[in-house]
Write a protein that binds this ligand. Structure first.
Ligand code: SF4
Ligand code: SF4
Length: 375
């Protein structure tokens, strides 16, 4: 297993993201998910990333059960996140941190992140005293490292990093070979690199989009190396960057986990000719008209109409990527209840303000529904 230094620890370069665990009857399938944790531990993965919101709050409790209750605490590292948007004051943050420790069955957190900082979040954390509170947690040893995950523009990241010099132990970025230029992830990485701040990568496979692609794109990878999965190319891209210390992957089954373990065992950094393969894949992909949704679900609780935005976009992208009209006909009309389909949108625009991908969600919903009806 490829290992790196992150803060004071030696961590596995592959981290297990606990946001897309296997599910049964709408809940985490604890047996299947625990088997994945056991396989990950056996393979040398020692970095586990969860958050207050993941799996409706179940994810942190699962980490407590599957790791803290079953393995010596010093054999793995936990990253979790403060939902500062739910905190009006440091007192609120304190209550949440205390609940998180209970859920995790842990008396300290190795890596504690402000969850999804952007311009507004940065001001909010400073003005409410939340930032001072989490810095205090680090001084007391209740958290070992203070970090943030980031969702905003490269310019805002520059500003936050300038205003917080020496404060944060790493920045968690959405970074993958597609978004390197598409959403300015390359500029964000370089902003961290210039300041010597390590990077942890989220969405290296872009919510699965870079794992299951249009056959035209898959062909590019297969022609280059028939033994390597498209996901392995995406992970290698991230892990080759020198300041990337952990690449998180939200794995949902044993097959994905084993494929990723294979990628990080006897890891092969990307060379020049490999980069040319990725460039070719991006060229092919850019000719496909996808929505750009990563399925992060930040928009879901915002919509007053309860529109199932990520489901509509996932099915539309499936139609485009696999050239399969059934994704957008039968599945769209049968899997999404009528009251949650795109036609329920009243174009208030609230969702678009929350979308880390800056998608024009109301306009996209309209064209998705028109396409579904026309097929
Ligand atoms: S624009 Fe449409 S989908 Fe977005 S929040 Fe408003 S009603 Fe919901
Ligand atoms: S539309 Fe935007 S906010 Fe909603 S799930 Fe997709 S990427 Fe996330």
């Amino acid at each position: 297993m490829l290992m790196n230094t992150l803060g004071r620890n030696r961590v596995s370069a592959l981290g297990l993201g606990m946001m897309r665990l296997p599910q049964k009857d709408g809940k985490i399938d604890r047996e299947a998910a625990a088997a994945m944790v056991d396989r990950a531990m056996e393979a040398g993965i020692n970095y586990y990333d969860t958050a207050w919101f993941y799996h409706g709050g179940e994810s942190e409790a699962f980490v407590g059960e599957a790791l803290c209750a079953r393995y010596p605490r010093e054999t793995f590292y936990i990253a979790t996140k403060l939902p500062f948007g739910d905190c009006r004051s440091a007192k609120d943050a304190e209550k949440i941190f205390s609940t998180q420790c209970q859920r995790l069955q842990a008396d300290y957190v190795d890596y504690y992140l402000l969850h999804g900082i952007g311009q507004q979040g940065w001001s909010h954390c400073r003005e409410t005293g939340i930032l001072d509170y989490v810095k205090g947690l680090r001084e007391q040893g209740r958290i070992k490292h203070l970090c943030f995950s980031y969702h905003d523009s490269p310019e805002v990241l520059e500003q936050i990093l300038s205003e917080s010099e020496g404060m944060f132990d790493f920045v968690q970025l959405q970074l993958n070979y597609h978004d390197w230029t598409a959403i300015g992830a390359g500029k964000m990485y370089e902003a961290c690199e210039r300041r010597g701040i390590p990077v942890v990568v989220m969405e290296p496979v872009r919510g699965g989009n870079l794992a299951m692609m249009n056959p035209e794109v898959v062909k590019v990878f297969q022609d280059a190396d028939p033994t390597a999965s498209p996901a392995s190319w995406a992970l290698r891209f991230c892990a080759t960057l020198p300041d990337v210390k952990v690449v998180l992957s939200g794995m949902s089954n044993m097959e994905q986990l084993n494929d990723n373990i294979k990628t990080f065992t006897n890891f092969k950094p990307l060379k020049g000719k490999d980069q040319a393969v990725l460039n070719q894949a991006v060229d092919v992909m850019n000719r496909l008209p996808l929505t750009g949704c990563t399925g992060c679900r930040y928009c879901v609780s915002i919509c007053p109409q309860g529109v199932d935005i990520p489901a509509a976009f996932r099915l539309y992208d499936g139609y485009v990527k696999f050239n399969n009209p059934r994704e957008l006909t039968w599945r769209y009309l049968h899997e999404i209840p009528r009251e949650k389909q795109a036609t329920a949108c009243v174009e208030c625009g609230a969702c678009a303000q929350k979308c880390p991908q800056n998608l024009d969600i109301p306009a996209l919903l309209k064209s998705v529904h028109q396409k579904a009806e026309s097929l």
